[in-house]
Design a protein around this ligand. Structure first.
Ligand code: NDP
Length: 813
């Protein structure tokens, strides 16, 4: 550890070294003692003994001293907590928004009143510095509750048509224990939910202290419950069938497990996972500011930050100068005891994390990376303890483990680029997408680069800035969902129409063609079309062209009266791959202006209208609908296209009011490639209702139409072909709904997927989506009334067709 010795004031001024400045641990110690250094779970407004009586120690990573014993939660404890949350739910939801707002406000006030206790306890339990817990964590926690007191107050006017989800299970990590609690608990309570929270094994204390403070502040018993324990407790919580929502922050690996564990249970899910965020420095950047930015990006919180700027990408012409400045700055960083107010870097959370960091650093060295650590690094090793020095690697290959894996420690790898295009390519060369930071004095360049970065948060000339008014969350394998801001509130609400939907009747959804496939040219394959007209052989629609299915198989489409209406291609895995590839290539659609997209949607409506008679005829023949019903479906489809054409340039973003000199732009961006799977009923309207909003927001779509009655969708090719829809924007694969849905759910290049079909199919889609952590929206076997605009259209569809990127742009000199 870096200690100081100085003989005189003069020497101090010369060396700028300063002696120890310890914060007193008294407040935290008194609190621990008051509890006899032994804690149960906090359930139903009080501490309760764990069912099985098992406890484990929580220690201060700075010196290994034991702070107290906490309970290891088992299934029984989890069940007790969920029951308490269920019991508290009706009364909590029965409060007026004003009453709930007052509770959240009281929580904010209590955090402020007990700021010292919380800051010291956090520094002790986590090993991070008091400077950070005091100046960053705790103030942000209070800010979060203040902000969400506001959402509680405004719930009805700001979120009309939405309701609370119910009991929320929340699992949080050890890097920002209290802040992650606030990010999860505040929106959940503001929306009218109750909570069971599991803090990380290494850092349970501030959650327990917070729960106790909340009870003191008058929060009704059972509204917030805390069950402590290790990963097994988290798994038991996530598995509990009393939950309506699971929110998780932690590793991508566990995020995947949770995606699978919650599949098919009708549980709303948000995942905030790992990152390997780029920190881009262009040649015109203010390098001194950028150096301070790197300090905040990777040495803040020991680099144990999911959005840490851990990949430094510097324009070649300034790389040497940047490195020189960075090395000089590293020399002046101070690392040591958490409670020393002058420390920049504290202890690593636990031996297991220190081992992981050490292993990855050794691997990077072995792979030829040039490693720099400050001269004082060796004294850390001599002192022992869980300390790792700030580390800078250069000459690192973009594909190396150090450049790809989340190290979660104070280690940054540096690479160079020559052009902005190369910078974007390198920045996006990761499976993650949590955050990015862009340094340049050229605002045009910054605002050109920001939308091109695959990341949920982009900081321009700043880094690791957070606020309750701005959403935070990832792209790609960094997870989905947002925490903070208006966008974060939706994670704890559901549309009221979704709550009341009936289940499909037993045979309402066709189980698929299964063995009914016919080879091309087989008897009946070219049977007469409706009314004896020349049959148009339906094909797939891929990349703007009609395409034969890979297997050359088709299946008969029968009318409601059992008559043979024609054949539909039986698409397979290969066809899905081709369709996704075409959608990938159709990226121009995502870059088209909203005005252009609106024009194309209007044009589709116009051309559909022109062929209304043909579609009415088709619908009648397939579904047996009356003329009037078929006409109503076609008219509703035209109207729906108009609605999304209208909304294309009106569903826009926001400038969040964050408390800095900052324009915080919340931009809805398309997912890119989206899959939609339509149900059988209303074969034209349901298809249009799912495809149009996705298109309106700039997604390229791979759509699976009604399996039983796909011909309304295949007839649409003529409409699409004549409506200026660019190739790849819409791709249609007909066939077995469940089989195609499973392939799409697994596909790594599909970023989001909507599925409307059976309960089993919904479960498969959620489970299979875990690989690339695509965002899914499934109906859980519930039937929508597509003719009802309240269910079949609206902003919920657009919200689900986009993800918010928050771009922070500071202003002022
Ligand atoms: P985990 O993802 O294991 O832990 C996060 C939380 O999930 C903890 O509360 C943990 O409990 C709990 N948990 C673990 N397993 C399960 C499960 N099967 N079901 C439900 N909950 C579970 O992260 P680690 O703490 O193990 O850290 C490992 C790595 O993850 C780090 O090196 C880092 O790379 C990354 N990480 C990323 C974070 C982020 O913010 N993105 C935060 C923390 C870690 P418990 O603590 O008791 O194990």
């Amino acid at each position: 550890m870096k200690t100081t010795s100085h003989d005189s004031v003069k020497a101090i001024f010369e060396s700028l070294e300063y002696g120890p400045a310890p914060e007193s641990a008294d407040a935290a110690m008194a609190w621990l003692e008051r509890h006899g250094r032994s804690f149960g779970h906090f359930i139903g407004g009080r501490f309760v003994e764990p069912a099985e009586g098992e406890r484990f120690a929580t220690v201060h990573p700075g010196d290994g001293s034991e702070l107290g014993q906490v309970a290891q939660g088992g299934e029984e404890d989890v069940d007790g907590a969920v029951r308490a949350a269920e019991q508290a739910l009706p009364a909590w939801q029965g409060l007026t928004p004003f009453e709930r707002a007052r509770h959240l406000y009281a929580l904010a006030r209590h955090v402020q009143k007990h700021a010292r206790l919380l800051a010291v306890l956090e520094a002790l339990d986590n090993g991070k510095t008091i400077r950070e817990t005091r100046d960053i964590d705790v103030p942000l926690v209070a800010r979060h509750f203040y902000h969400h007191a506001g959402w509680a107050q405004l719930l009805e006017s700001e979120f009309p048509g939405y309701q609370a989800v119910g009991v929320c299970g929340q699992v949080i990590p050890w890097n920002f224990p209290l802040l992650m609690l606030a990010w999860k608990v505040a929106p959940a309570l503001a929306a009218g939910n109750t909570v069971v929270l599991k803090p990380a094994e290494f850092t349970p204390l501030t959650a327990l202290a917070f729960a106790e403070l909340a009870a003191e502040a008058g929060l009704p018993p059972g509204v917030l419950n805390v069950v402590t324990g290790d990963g097994r407790t988290g798994a038991a919580l996530v598995a509990h069938d009393g939950l309506a929502k699971v929110a998780f922050t932690g590793s991508t690996e566990v995020g995947r497990i949770i995606r699978q564990a919650t599949a098919g249970r009708g549980v709303k899910l948000s995942l905030e996972l790992g990152g390997k965020s780029p920190f881009l420095v262009f040649d015109d950047a203010d390098l001194d500011s950028a150096v301070e930015g790197v300090v905040d990006a990777i040495w803040f919180n020991q680099g144990e930050v999911c959005c840490a700027g851990s990949r430094l990408l510097v324009q070649e012409s300034v790389a040497a100068r940047m490195e020189e400045k960075l090395r000089a700055r590293m020399e002046t960083l101070r690392e040591g005891p958490s409670l020393d107010k002058a420390m920049d870097i504290g202890a690593i959370i636990a031996p297991v994390q220190l081992d992981k960091i050490t292993r990855l650093v050794e691997q990077c060295r072995a792979e030829g990376g040039r490693c720099y650590q400050p001269s004082w690094a060796s004294s850390l090793a001599e002192d022992g303890g869980l300390f790792f020095p700030p580390t800078l690697f250069s000459e690192v290959a973009p594909s190396s483990a150090a450049a790809q894996e989340e190290i979660f420690g104070p280690v940054i790898v540096s690479m160079t680029f020559r052009t902005p295009e190369e910078a974007v390519e390198l920045a996006n060369n990761t499976r993650y997408g949590l955050a990015a930071s862009v340094w340049t004095e050229n605002v045009n360049l910054a605002l050109d680069i920001a939308p091109k970065l695959e990341a949920g948060v982009v900081w321009v000339n700043c880094t690791n800035v957070f606020d309750a008014a701005s959403g935070f969350g990832g792209y790609r394998e960094s997870g989905f969902g947002r925490e903070g801001g208006r966008e974060g509130m939706f994670e704890y609400l559901k549309p009221s129409w979704e709550a009341g939907l009936p289940a499909y009747a037993a045979d309402e959804l066709w189980s698929g063609p299964n063995g009914a496939a016919l080879g091309e040219g087989a008897p009946g394959a070219d049977g007469p079309g409706p009314g004896g007209a020349i049959d148009r052989t339906a094909k797939l629609y891929i990349g703007g062209k009609q395409a034969r299915p890979d297997g050359n198989y088709s299946y008969p489409v029968l009318g409601a009266d059992g008559s043979h209406l024609g054949e539909a291609p039986l698409g397979n895995r290969k066809d899905v791959r081709n369709a996704v590839e075409a959608a990938r290539k159709g990226s121009g659609w995502s870059k088209a202006t909203a005005h252009n997209r609106a024009q194309v949607l209007y044009y589709l409506a116009e051309n559909l209208q022109a062929r209304a008679a043909e579609f009415i005829h088709r619908l009648r023949a397939m579904t047996g609908a009356t003329d009037a019903d078929a006409m109503r479906e076609v008219e509703a489809s035209v109207r729906r296209l108009f609605v999304y054409a209208a909304l294309a340039d009106k569903y826009d973003g926001a400038v969040h009011a964050t408390p800095f000199r900052n324009v915080t732009l919340a931009m809805p961006e398309p997912w890119g490639v989206m899959a939609v799977v339509a149900p059988d009923e209303a074969p034209l309207l349901a298809f249009v209702s799912l495809v149009a909003p996705a298109l309106a927001m700039g997604n390229r779509v791979v759509a699976v139409p009604s399996a039983r009655w796909p011909l309304a969708a295949t007839d649409l090719y003529q409409v699409i072909d004549t409506s200026d829809v660019p190739p790849g924007a819409v791709n249609i694969v007909t066939g077995d709904r469940e089989e195609l849905a499973a392939v799409l759910a697994k596909h790594a290049d599909v970023a989001a997927m909507w599925y409307v079909g059976t309960a089993d199919g919904s479960a498969v889609v959620e489970r299979e989506s875990a690989d690339n952590l695509k965002a899914t929206w499934v109906n859980g076997g519930k039937r929508r009334d597509w003719l009802d605009p309240g269910q079949g259209e609206g902003r919920e569809y657009l919200r689900r067709a986009t993800r918010i990127k928050n771009i922070w742009v500071p202003y002022g000199e």
